[in-house]
Write a protein that binds this ligand. Structure first.
Ligand code: HEM
Length: 538
């Protein structure tokens, strides 16, 4: 197995880290080093020498570690046994490369210019694909083909298309009112922002009537198990690669997976039944579930989605779409709390737009938002500096991919390729002082003026991915981020809290998304003049 590859911005990453996930390799330095020692020293050797090596390495490592800590010995032995049982077998079976791309030119070449060779993702670690042995897909996990096309087309053109977003004005207004009420009564900022994004997605998914019957307690419970699932996904990786052995060795993970899936099925299918029994919408906004129930996959004998597929698609919609938007909203507000001068500049723009508004409504509409360049610049800078999704992942094999990656063996053995979104958008050649938070970059005359989020022309940041499998949720995500940021700075002055509640930009590691490790806390001072401005305008 080729151990290290540094070609044109790509590099091989450790098999063991991929196998056991970030948490595992970080859990104990000794276990991680032993894993790496095995990977580098033992695995390339013939069976007999390898076994002898393990016999030498294991007792030596134990003797050294006993001197330091007994607890570490236990961790090491457990890790080694698990590595031996699952990993060694696996390494001998699948000698695929694992490649990281941090160079934006390589990313553009691969994902946009040669997108046909970069269409599939590796096996997904979501419960549905593990439990059904890769038969129930959602859009993210589906291989490029008829099922993916039908499901993606339905989502992108029926629900998320920019022309449909105006139909959600009432939903946005309702969720905003709930959010402002919660913040005025002292609810914690970070959690409230995430819940607001979940609330919008739930209405888009099941319709306003069904969600209003649910009530906030059940909605919060749904949000919680969605988040628990996203938190657990990295640890399910081993169950995907080695379902049989993984199930035996990681019993608690297996039980957690079953419990999460059961919760999803019970909760979502009862709501699907309610949507089914409601009269269909002939005009206005049609919720996601309604569109899924009507859809037939023509390329697959015109069949409808199965219940298992419905649960997976709903889970993806509620989980992926809301946690990423919620994380981005939280990062944006955290930067505005830390930098009051940016907040002031943004507020001046928002206030000016409201004074100029000819309507009585206090809700900012898409038309007004589109006339706020500094608002858009702030959201874009937040997505560049704190991209909520950490990596774009592809599974590739064949000549074309091998050529683009500069790794000839990819043609035969294949590779998992991770495009590291955060590093790509911190390229100092594209952005001066890349780690600074500077919305002005995206204003007229700035380096990022006219930034292309679809990355078609050029790739300088890729928060929504790139190519044919890029995120279909760009339009609603941008609209909701701009809408909520504008109203939040209009309604409150956001000041930094004291002590432990000061803004902490540490990222929660080991999660599939880049969210704040310490949820945002802030001191919110309601602004009285807002309603006066609106009255003046009307
Ligand atoms: C700030 C918010 C969001 C960010 C940063 C984000 C980011 C991403 C990224 C990086 C990908 C992978 C793209 C690739 O592989 O090239 C993705 C895929 C996807 N996103 Fe989003 N997303 C956001 C919001 C949403 C929303 C609101 C939805 C809608 C419910 C959504 C639905 C999806 C789906 C279905 C895919 C899979 C696309 C496919 O495989 O064809 N996302 N997103």
């Amino acid at each position: 197995m080729k151990k290290s590859l540094e070609v044109d911005g790509t590099q091989n990453i450790h098999f063991w880290r991929r196998l056991f996930g970030y948490k595992m390799s970080m859990a104990s330095c000794s276990a991680a080093s032993a894993s790496l020692a095995m990977e580098y020293i033992l695995l390339p050797l013939p069976g007999g020498i390898m076994a002898t090596g393990i016999c030498v390495l294991l007792p030596t490592a134990m003797i050294i570690l006993v001197i330091f800590s007994r607890r570490k010995v236990v961790t090491l032995v457990t890790a080694l046994l698990r590595n031996l049982a699952a990993g060694v077998v696996g390494t001998r079976r699948r000698r695929e490369l694992s490649i990281q791309v941090t160079d934006r030119a390589v990313a553009h070449r691969a994902l946009v210019q040669h997108s046909a060779a970069f269409l599939d993702r590796p096996l997904s670690a979501v419960p549905s694909t593990i439990l059904t042995r890769n038969r129930h897909f959602n859009i993210v996990s589906a291989p490029y083909g008829p099922y993916w096309r039908a499901a993606r087309r339905n989502l992108a053109s029926n629900l998320l298309h920019p022309s449909r977003l105006g139909l959600l004005d009432d939903t946005r207004a309702r969720v905003l009112a709930d959010l402002l009420r919660a913040l005025r009564s002292g609810a914690p900022a970070g959690e409230s922002l995430h819940f607001a994004m979940f609330n919008i997605a739930a209405e888009m998914c099941f319709g306003a009537d069904v969600v209003s019957k649910l009530g906030p307690t059940r909605l919060r419970a749904m949000q919680k198990f969605n988040r628990d699932l996203l938190l657990a996904i990295p640890s399910f990786g081993v169950l995907v690669s080695y379902p049989r052995i993984g199930k035996l060795l990681y019993r608690s993970r297996w039980r957690q997976l079953l419990a999460l899936r059961r919760q999803q099925e019970e909760s979502y299918m009862s709501l699907v039944a309610e949507v089914r029994s409601s009269p269909p919408h002939t005009t206005g906004f049609k919720c996601y579930v309604e569109s899924l129930l009507e859809l037939r996959i023509h390329e697959d004998d015109g069949r409808p989605f199965t219940d298992g597929e419905l649960v997976s698609l709903i889970s993806e919609f509620l989980g992926g779409g809301t946690e990423s938007t919620g994380a981005s909203l939280e990062w944006t507000m955290a930067n505005l709390v830390r930098r009051p001068e940016l907040q002031q500049k943004l507020r001046a723009e928002v206030d000016a737009a409201i004074v100029c508004s000819s309507r009585e409504s206090i809700q900012l509409q898409e038309a007004e938002l589109s006339r706020m360049p500094y608002l858009k610049a702030t959201v874009l800078e937040s997505l560049r500096r704190h991209p909520p999704v950490a990596t774009v992942v592809r599974h590739v094999q064949g000549e074309e991919a091998a050529k683009v990656l500069g790794a000839p063996s990819v043609a035969d053995v294949g590779a998992t390729v991770e495009f590291v979104i955060g590093e790509i958008s911190l390229d100092a050649a594209a952005w001066p002082d890349p780690t600074d938070f500077v919305p002005e970059r995206f204003m007229p005359g700035g380096d990022g003026e006219g930034a292309d989020l679809t990355c078609t022309r050029q790739l300088r940041m890729m928060p929504f991915g790139a190519g044919r499998r890029a995120c279909p949720g760009i339009a609603p995500a941008m609209l909701h981020l701009e809408y909520f940021v504008a109203h939040l700075v209009r309604e409150f002055e956001w000041w930094e809290a004291d002590g432990d509640d000061r803004v902490d930009f540490t990222v929660l590691r080991g999660f599939v998304l880049n969210t704040m490790n310490h949820p945002l806390r802030a001191r919110l001072v309601p602004r009285q003049q807002t309603s006066a401005l609106v009255l003046h305008a009307s």
